[in-house]
Ligand binder design. Structure first.
Ligand code: NAP
Length: 458
């Protein structure tokens, strides 16, 4: 194909990717962003298929069919709450593809130093991301033990393996014809990916997945240098940097550092607090009582969390929002950056039920508003409203920024039991005098409140 047309297609594709990232940063433009990304990817694939180097389409078509046969059901069957593990699988395959292409290039040509360096970086990141992502998937899907597995000297062993992989890689860059080194290099990279994940608990896996996303992107970018493909360089760099930014946002929202995530063994069972479990008193209420309190409120802040996602309660929450706003109650939604199991989880669910975007308020903005609110209605959220993050320096979530739901005049919490949330710790909010526990599945409890509100109104 005419190279000018190819350049144009690639440029348009790169613009599509950049616009996609830009637009996806706000719920109001997110759909447009996804569409721009899809168009960008279509242009990139079409442009690549029309390149003069592509001489046969049969194998590509077969791969397309196999990929679609796996990808399409995966997209439809995996629930929203399983997005982190679904993303891990995608990274695993993307990284493997990148590593295999790099391997083929290494064997196909004896590369010059620059190309060899790009190929070594590509395959190192590709292979380690492949095994690390599969391990992350296994932990999140609970196919593997989710607790961190730690032993003495673990970091030295891990860094030793990484060091050996880097030394072998450098040797391959200096003498690319020493191809016998390549299988060792591959094995070391694969082994490092597994060892990297073993000491990390399931609780930190979503952050690790964002980091692996970044590695897979950098691997693709290195592949762009090796294949002299500008679009791959751009797309890989965008993927690499956005994954890193996402991991940083998640770390900040949980007040964790990268070192702490990678080596901190967070999410271990809290066995240190020995002694008998003391049952503390708490108050509970029925949907009818909850409806009465909401009916008398002027300002209500709803705090959605993981439980709302599990229960798929967002449409009932919309009905509750309608019922309350009809009565003149001011209703806003407080969005914590890591509520649920991925950043933006709550925004996506609430957008799905057509809650107006301007009623979703980010943590920093809404936190001072709780003091003036009559009711904080927590729906399936736990850690993100746990005051221990502020008050208990020994808590695993100490320092994590939280939503100040406890500052509201009345707090109501919809959840099924007194069980802890993701971090596995108790929540003192549930035992406060102003708190009412509303026990039940989020969807049916909210439906119950909506029904009662109708009755209150009638
Ligand atoms: P959470 O702390 O995991 O608590 C969710 C609560 O929902 C649980 O206490 C559970 O209590 C309740 N629940 C579960 N199913 C329910 C149902 N069907 N109906 C009603 N309630 C239900 O959730 P969160 O407050 O949203 O906090 C998110 C946690 O994930 C944080 O610790 C965060 O650090 C972590 N995390 C998030 C991300 C991210 O990107 N979003 C990434 C990494 C880690 P019951 O069992 O008693 O019902």
């Amino acid at each position: 194909m005419n190279t000018a047309i190819l350049e144009f297609l690639y440029l348009a594709a790169a613009a599509g990717f950049i616009l996609a990232l830009k637009w996806m940063s706000s719920p109001a433009t997110a759909r447009r962003g996804v569409f721009a990304g899809e168009i960008g990817m279509l242009l990139a694939v079409v442009g690549t298929l029309l390149r003069f180097e592509v001489v046969r389409y049969d194998w590509i078509f077969a791969a397309f069919l196999i990929g679609s046969a796996i990808g399409v059901p995966l997209a439809y069957l995996m629930p929203m709450t399983a997005v982190p593990q679904r993303t891990a699988v995608s990274h695993a395959f993307g990284a493997l593809a990148s590593a295999l292409i790099g391997t083929a290039e290494f064997y196909r040509l004896t590369p010059d130093r620059f190309t060899a360096a790009a190929l070594v970086l590509e395959t190192l990141l590709g292979f380690l991301t492949f095994t690390a992502s599969l391990m992350a998937f296994g932990k999140l899907q609970e196919l593997l033990p989710t607790r961190p597995l730690v032993y003495k000297g673990q970091n030295i062993v891990n860094l030793g393996i990484l060091g050996m992989a880097i030394v072998t890689g450098v040797a391959l860059v200096i003498s690319p014809e020493q191809l016998w080194l390549y299988p060792f290099f591959t094995l070391l990279a694969l082994a490092f990916g597994i060892l990297l994940i073993i000491p990390i608990g399931g609780a930190d896996m979503p952050t690790v997945i964002a980091l692996l996303n970044s590695y897979a992107g950098l691997s693709a970018s290195a592949m762009g240098f090796a294949l002299n493909n500008k679009l791959l360089i751009v797309a890989g760099a965008l993927d690499g940097s956005s994954g890193l930014i996402l991991a940083i946002i998640m770390c900040r929202a949980m007040n964790r550092s990268f070192t702490n995530v990678l080596f901190g063994a967070f999410g271990q069972l809290q066995t240190s607090a020995s002694g008998p479990v003391v049952q503390k008193p708490y108050r509970s209420a029925s949907p009818e009582e909850a409806a009465e309190i909401l009916d008398g409120a002027r300002s209500v802040i709803i705090v959605p969390g993981y439980g709302m996602a599990v229960a798929q309660a967002q449409h009932k929450v919309r009905e509750l929002y309608d019922a309350l706003t009809k009565r003149g109650v001011q209703v806003r939604f407080a969005i914590h950056p890591v509520a649920g199991r991925m950043p933006g989880h709550m925004n996506v669910l609430l957008a799905e039920s057509n809650i107006p975007y301007d009623h979703l308020v980010e943590m920093d903005e809404i936190n001072s508003e709780f003091l003036q609110s009559d009711v904080a209605l927590i729906i399936g959220a736990n850690d993100v409203v746990n005051p221990a993050a502020r008050n208990d320096p020994s808590s695993p979530i100490a320092g994590m920024p939280i939503l100040n739901a406890d500052h509201s005049r009345t707090v109501m919490v919809i959840k099924r039991s007194m069980s802890p949330g993701f971090a596995g710790i108790d929540n003192e909010l549930y035992y406060m005098n102003k708190t009412l526990m509303l026990f039940g599945d989020a969807k049916s409890f909210v439906a119950g409140i909506v029904k009662e509100l109708g009755a209150v109104h009638a």
